[in-house]
Design a protein around this ligand. Structure first.
Ligand code: UD1
Length: 432
């Protein structure tokens, strides 16, 4: 199995270009099938979640033509199957966006039920509540979610909690619903806005994405478009955290600095220097960083997907920081791994007390999920020793060229298949 071999102890310095946003791309690709004309999507990240969704879409009979590493042309006219089975969903949860897209267009969809995952139970009750309000019948049989409708009509829907997935899914289904749909208490994440902008570029009439209320005026059909996905907020934030944890200096390019404000302001608060440019941010950190209090919240609050990376940064700060996770109930699984590197973190319920330590040590680590895996990699680079990180396929679900980008920043890291290959890589570093 593939692993990362890492030798820490060097600040990461240089420039890194950020790929397109994975979570926006997943919504946009599902929504692409709602048009019967050619749709071109650009700036797609080349990550396994996106590639798995493209396979699932191709399996429905839609045209999926790769134009390049980051571009694809799609056409939903030839769809013959409305089923997305578990072979895709177990690799990539966001296949549930096919529910909203297929229900909206064909009034029928069957998608494997996304199970719980390491960060939490991940229910879909709010998705189903939204579909039902639009006139659909929903049921779950043999681990498949089935949604069908004679016709879809506009409705007023108030979500019980702020959810990205339900906001995007119900918004897609409502595009073709007769009349006006009002979604309240919606998610305001940049990728929600990007999916709405994409649908509007195909002729949908969605207003208010990015605020608490989204209004959708039903249309009869969507036309083709040529659309570029926004940059990935979380990939950018991960490199910002890497600069902070390794006391480095990274110019993070191809970003929308506004989307990073929640991360920039926390980093400034603990003593990093963050400079914003039109489409880049530079993060520099030296010497002691300070403790802080941090709470994950829906956008524009601090993203839950940046919580593990920030815990690594705070482990290198002086004093005792408090981190409260309010989005997912089980997002501290990686803490045991980190503590084996010499961090001093205690978790009680959804609160982690992170006591800063002088040094992190290398260790044999297992990535429990995507973002935690990225955080462990940062910790390994910030440590004073050698680490081996297993289960890195989680990391590759969401980060394009992660290892190559870290190498360009001076990180001593390599993807290896075996322990022997790892030892060889690390021994070679001894003689350099
Ligand atoms: C998306 C992101 C994920 C990110 C999360 C929060 C994608 C593909 N994934 O996940 O990376 O961590 O947003 O920013 O975009 N909930 C319910 N009922 C529902 C749906 C959600 O109770 O029907 C709860 C969840 O358990 C969680 C909270 O709402 O506690 C937020 O979940 P949600 O925003 O929906 O996350 P995802 O869309 O799954």
């Amino acid at each position: 199995m593939e692993q990362f071999a890492v030798r820490g102890g060097r600040p990461l310095i240089g420039e890194v270009a950020i790929a397109g946003a994975k979570n926006a791309a997943l919504g946009i690709l599902a929504a692409s099938i709602m048009a019967d004309e050619d749709v071109v999507v650009r700036n797609l990240p080349d990550v396994s979640d996106v590639n798995t969704l493209l396979e699932a879409i191709s399996d429905t009979g839609a045209v999926v033509r790769r134009l390049g590493r980051h571009e694809v042309q799609m056409n939903g006219r030839s769809i013959r199957s409305f089923v997305v089975d578990n072979s895709y969903i177990r690799k990539m949860r966001a296949g549930y966006y096919m529910l909203g897209a297929l229900l909206g267009k064909y009034h029928y969809a069957e998608v494997a039920l996304p199970g719980g995952c390491t960060i939490g139970s991940r229910p879909i009750d709010q998705h189903l509540k939204g579909f039902e309000a639009l006139g659909a019948k929903t049921s779950i049989k043999n681990s498949m979610v089935l949604v069908e409708a004679e016709e879809l009509h506009g409705a007023n829907i108030y979500f019980d909690g702020v959810t990205v997935g339900a906001t995007i899914n119900v918004m897609m289904a409502a595009v073709f619903a007769e009349g006006k749909t009002v979604l309240e208490n919606v998610a305001k994440e940049p990728h929600v806005v990007d999916v709405a902008n994409f649908l509007n570029s195909m002729g949908a009439r969605i207003r208010g994405a990015g605020t608490d209320v989204i209004r959708i005026y039903g249309v009869k059909s969507l036309h083709g478009t040529d659309y570029t996905v926004i940059p990935d907020q979380i990939e950018a934030g991960t490199f910002m955290a890497a600069a902070a944890a390794t006391r480095g200096d990274i110019l993070v390019k191809n970003v929308i600095p506004k989307h990073l404000e929640c991360i920039s302001s926390k980093l400034r608060e603990i003593g990093c220097s963050v400079t914003e440019y039109d489409d880049a941010v530079r993060v520099t950190a030296h010497g002691d960083l300070k403790k802080t209090r941090l709470k994950t919240l829906p956008y524009p609050g601090f993203p839950t997907d940046m919580q593990p990376q920030m815990v690594v940064v705070l482990s290198t700060a002086s004093g005792s920081s408090t981190v409260t996770e309010t989005i997912f109930e089980n997002r501290y699984k990686y803490v045991d791994e980190l503590n084996r590197m010499g961090t001093s973190i205690t978790v009680e319920g959804n609160v982690a007390i992170v006591n800063g330590v002088k040094e992190l040590h290398g260790a044999q680590l297992v990535a429990p999920d995507l973002r935690a895996g990225a955080a462990l990699t940062i910790a390994a680079l910030a440590s004073d020793g050698d680490s081996l990180i297993e289960e890195v396929q989680f990391i590759l679900r969401g980060y394009e060229d992660f290892v190559e980008k870290l190498q360009l920043l001076g990180g001593r890291i390599k993807r290896v298949e075996t322990d022997t290959e790892a030892r060889k890589f690390l021994m070679k570093l001894d003689v350099i």
